[in-house]
Write a protein that binds this ligand. Sequence first.
Ligand SMILES: *Cc1c(COP(=O)(O)O)cnc(C)c1O
Length: 365
Amino acid sequence: MTTAIPELKITPAAHRLSDAERAQRMGSLAFGRTFTEHMVVIPYKDGAWQTGEVKPYGPLSLDPSASSLHYGQSIFEGFKAFSQPDGSVKTFRSEQNAERFNRSAARMAMPAIPPELFLKAADALINLDKGWVPKNVGESLYLRPLMIATDPFLGVRPATEYLFVLFASPAGAYFPSGVKPVNVWISEDFVRAAPGGTGEAKCAGNYAASLVAQAQALEKGCDQVVWLDAVHREFVEEMGGMNLFFVYKEGDKTTVVTPELTGTLLPGITRLSLLQLARDLGFAAEERKLSVQQWRDDIAAGRMTEVFACGTAAVITPVGKAKANGFEMTINNGENGPVTMALREALLAIQHGTAADKHGWMRTI
Ligand SMILES: *Cc1c(COP(=O)(O)O)cnc(C)c1O
């Protein structure tokens, strides 16, 4: 066992795109379709992380018996780098992603990666591909770290060989024509995560298991699925791959409520940040359980005035309508709400460096 951080060998692409070629590829950025020129790969074997490499982006070579392909030891993360007004580049809370990556790894019986190595990989990649960090507000460079088991072995047991991979994708504004509320289908047929399961981990299988529920939501005329707790099918957990917030307005008092982390919710870093930002903006912020019945009652009584979802990719997405078997409710007339938009602006301002970073969330590359 070594405790020193392994080296990263830097092998830049022999032919770099010209500024014009890169600008052309960055012209219309659909989320997750364009990738930068490099990636990082770091192998793990013999109980230790080995020398890694920053090299041209391209296919990985895997043995067909690689156990991640069969038994799903596969985890990922997502965080963003933002261009700052002074020309520098900063990532948003990437240390938190490194820690969560290791919690996911622990749940899937995979090795931890030293957070310093995770961050060093990000620094190296962003430095080499700096020209790929978009400059406009709402745009960013999305970083995607992942780890897969690579053992060529068909036995079911934790693998002994892994690959850490990091690549990047320039991301345009998630809502190119402006923020617009989504409609959600509250799923009673499918669950995302059960107590004792893997709901807290960003493991690949969770997302495969969510796809039929998402397809059902589309069939019901909705954009996204809302997950309920697996045991009672009563308490609201998340929306697709995003956490949910509920806004209450009573007299002068505004309270934002997000479902508490019970072990079946993914602990979002955007969620954590918005709990803090809500307090900074003078709102009360609570984490507690919220049933569908309570949601319906509070909308009907006019106490609950807005609902939104949050996550790294889309930042904040308002919810305009929620449907389930037998009922449907409209939230804030199906329009963007003021608390939702204030929180969105506040978060984006910190990320883009136009508001003070009071909590030390931004990390300079
Ligand atoms: C990644 C993810 C989130 C959001 O987490 P962030 O850290 O805010 O990006 C929420 N729910 C699920 C299921 C997720 O996979």
